[in-house]
Design a protein around this ligand. Sequence first.
Ligand SMILES: Nc1ncnc2c1ncn2[C@@H]1O[C@H](COP(=O)(O)OP(=O)(O)OP(=O)(O)O)[C@@H](O)[C@H]1O
Length: 337
Amino acid sequence: MSSYAIEVINLKKNFVVKKKKGFFAKIKNREKKIFTAVDGINFNVNKGEIFGFLGPNGAGKTTTIKMISTLLRPTSGTVMVNGIDAVKNPIDVLKNLGTVLAGERSVYWKLTGRENLLYFAAMNGITGQVAKDKTDYLLKRFSLYKRADETVEKYSTGMKQRIALAKALISEPEIIILDEPTSGLDPQSARNLREVILEIKKEGRTILLTTHYMEEADLLSDRIAIIDHGKIIALNTPQNLKEGLNKTNTVTVELNNWDEGIAHKVKEIPFVKSVNSKFNDNAREYEVKIHITNGSNTVSNIISTITASNIKISNFRSEEPTLEDVFINLTGKSLRE
Ligand SMILES: Nc1ncnc2c1ncn2[C@@H]1O[C@H](COP(=O)(O)OP(=O)(O)OP(=O)(O)O)[C@@H](O)[C@H]1O
């Protein structure tokens, strides 16, 4: 048994794209071009973790998960799911996987929610009372029970996402692959779905999740791979990705007192780059902006240095780098550009 849920080794996908050329393009003379959507990527997903696959539109996320889910054949490289080769043994791989692809109808819209789950249960060899019980359990769990006997086409986007997820869980797979699960959902539905994803993790399942929402990747993922132009440009925990960013942060402190002596002490703290104070006449308080180039220890050193001088801190703000900052730092562009 492999110690990894998913292993991706030198994985590559080329698409042949036909480029129209000149006036007679419609008849003949189309130029063929190779486009590399996934360019020799490597990563492992540990059992039981949520692995976030983050990247801008067109980065290669969906192409990668289609290759993992056996829906697309790699040009070269290997995908192993629970130690099983996805190209050589796709049927065995699918027994370990539940996949929800973005924007694709993974359930039948003309069937009801309940009929869909019973159908996919039967497809997985689950029938009779066991299938009925599982279906009821999943319908209740995903708050679909009251609308279970309506056709899926009448469901809201959030409900469609939930029934697709329930369908992916019916065979109780060890690994769930979710392609942009909260895309197109209102903030409340997205929040609910994120809670469900965390619950699925608590059951001990592994989740591979693609998203272009950095806050979502940050909130949910144990580790994140950032993909751009078909290549993985960073892979780490969200915290390490952010801490690895040698970015100047601003810490703003509001205090009842301040003088040159304490300013000097704060400037002496390692990673403090500058200290600027001003007196706010209205609030009768000092506002001090401190620029630092390293994480949380520096912040606690600043607070203890100030409080040791018997100065009262009335307000404190720290602007931490986000994954967006990490992405901009790596690629020079924003995730949504
Ligand atoms: N069948 C195909 N033929 C040609 N090009 C394709 C095909 N499928 C995908 N591509 C291209 O490969 C690149 C990667 O697409 P992919 O769908 O994997 O990106 P993505 O990261 O999932 O983006 P999004 O967030 O928009 O879903 C894109 O430039 C896309 O146009």
